[in-house]
Write a protein that binds this ligand. Structure first.
Ligand code: NAD
Ligand code: UDX
Length: 458
């Protein structure tokens, strides 16, 4: 074996990232550790703790060969030459910066574990998304050791998206690696470049100073989320003017400076990253005395919340100003298709608002029902979870599409229509269905940012 890589944190990022590294770098031993024993047991089993297309195959190829999952964090620290830290960095819920700043307690704990258990020099890599200048604090904690050890801190943020994690990791747009501009920093940087060189073309491996790398990650997420909030804001204007958001996005996207991706109007962006990272950026701008910059970025989150509320308001308005006692089938609970992850999913907020209106919810999702049950466990109201979309829609007044699962388009809508209460409504919060066909079947159809196709209103 060439070197031993350790990853602390076997979550959505640590697990897939290390599996792809191990798969492509058979000369490295890769150990993934976590304090969550259930999660590690799942990584060792046939039912992995997260659903990602293609992940099972990658894990099966490398596991037991040069990829290992373990709860022995301290043993891993001792053994490793290179340590990726991939623990979660959620929004702080207490004290200074509550609601915006990143909670760095999990991250700091790993730094202290490394100091305590390392017995030789190591390279420590920030894989988690962290506020700019965190490497400075990390370096200080690590260098505070009294064993005379040297630690190099590298920033190597992860850009994979859930649902396409394996493909994104296998064929990344870029790999970003930031290091201190010292000779030991540059040597450490080269050690990390050497790992990625095994499968990523060199022109896609971008090296920068450590602060640029940290900040680029936050800003990349903010820019992506800003595109969605921009389009979602215009979807509201389209509904007032009979312009069509799909046509407007299509026309904008043809400009090569804008590009076609990430312009789909939706019920709002979710996921564990966008909101948290923008709020972190807002906090940093406030911290550095830049209130105008902070409020500019905060609008992206506020517009997202508006879009979620607007969707619920439309449902209530169109269903004769009340959903009390009416069954509504929610199709999709995951924050996007091809994942079972529901963190910050718009479906959570939308469900709560509909339950406050005393709607009866039948929630269907092909991968996310377990997580949905956890998300709603303390929420009062009338809701059930349905594996079968036809059961969910039986006797319902409305179907609301919240996640863009492809197979929703292939459902038998005649059958769904005939099993529902009349008038039957469809609110397509992802603009994925064939609206004209649904209207012909008899549905009253409310897409996003497009003219409604209703039998009730002219
Ligand atoms: P996660 O919550 O799925 O996983 C984090 C894991 O770290 C958990 O399993 C937890 O038990 C473990 N952990 C916490 N403290 C530990 C400790 N002291 N020792 C060992 N294990 C510990 O989080 P995630 O989604 O994988 O995100 C990790 C980081 O990557 C975050 O900073 C996130 O912003 C960033 N990120 C996430 C994504 C994504 O798509 N989820 C993409 C890019 C970047
Ligand atoms: C995001 C970033 O894309 C990724 O680079 C980063 O590493 C982690 O955060 P992720 O949150 O997994 O990835 O998914 P993403 O595809 O970005 O979607 C985020 C949200 O935006 C989802 O709720 C999705 O449905 C929504 N979205 C996306 C839209 O509403 N419209 C779009 O056009 C695209």
């Amino acid at each position: 074996m060439n070197k031993t890589i350790l990853c602390i944190g076997a979550g959505y990022v640590g697990g897939p990232t290390m599996a792809v590294i191990a798969d492509n770098c058979p000369d490295y031993k890769v150990i993934v550790v976590d304090i969550n024993a259930d999660r590690i047991a799942a990584w060792q089993s046939d039912k992995l703790p997260i659903y990602e297309p293609g992940l099972d195959e990658v894990v099966k190829r490398a596991r037991g060969r040069n990829l290992f999952f373990s709860t022995d964090v301290f043993g891993g620290i001792k053994e490793a030459d290179i340590i990726f830290v991939s623990v979660h960095t959620p929004t702080k819920t207490f004290g200074a910066g509550a609601g915006k700043a990143a909670n760095l307690q999990y991250w700091e704990k790993t730094a202290r574990d490394i100091v305590e258990h390392a017995d030789r020099d190591k390279i420590v890599i920030e894989k988690s998304t962290l506020p700019v200048r965190t490497a400075e604090a990390m370096h200080r904690i690590l260098q505070s050791n009294d064993k005379g050890l040297n630690f190099e801190v590298i920033s190597n943020p992860e850009f994979m998206a859930e649902g396409t994690a394996v493909d994104d990791l296998q064929n990344p747009d870029r790999v970003l690696i930031g290091a201190m501009e010292t000779s030991s920093g540059q040597k450490a940087l080269q050690a990390i470049v050497d790992i990625y060189k095994n499968w990523v073309p060199e022109e896609k491996i971008k090296t920068t100073n450590v602060w640029s790398s940290e900040l680029s990650k936050l800003v990349s997420n903010a820019m992506l989320a800003q595109r969605i909030s921009s389009v979602n804001s215009i979807s509201a204007l389209c509904e007032k003017t009979d312009a069509n958001i799909v046509e407007v996005s299509g026309a904008m996207g043809l400009d090569s400076r804008i590009g076609p991706k990430f312009l789909n109007a939706s019920v709002g962006f979710g996921g564990s990253c966008f909101k948290k990272d923008i709020l972190n950026l807002v906090y940093l701008c406030e911290f550095y005395g830049l209130p105008e910059v902070a409020s500019y970025w905060e609008q992206v989150v506020l517009m997202n919340e508006y879009q979620e509320r607007r969707f619920v308001q439309k449902i209530v308005d169109r269903m004769f100003n009340t959903v009390a006692g009416k069954k509504i089938a929610l199709f999709g609970f995951a924050f996007k298709a091809n994942t079972g992850d529901t963190r910050e999913s718009p479906a959570i907020y939308i469900s709560k608002l509909l339950l406050e209106e005393q709607g009866q919810l039948a929630i269907h999702d092909p991968e996310a029902l377990d997580n949905a049950a956890i998300d709603l466990k303390d929420v009062e109201g009338d809701y059930t979870f349905e594996e079968d979309p036809y059961e969910a829609a039986k006797g319902a007044h409305a179907i609301a599409i919240l996640t863009e699962w492809k197979h929703f388009c292939d459902l038998d809508f005649e059958r769904l229509y005939h099993s529902m209460q009349k008038p039957a409504f469809i609110f397509d919060g992802r603009n994925i269905l064939d609206h004209k066909r649904l209207h012909k079947i008899g549905f009253n159809v409310y897409p996003l940012g497009q003219k409604a196709l209703s039998h009730l209103e002219k």
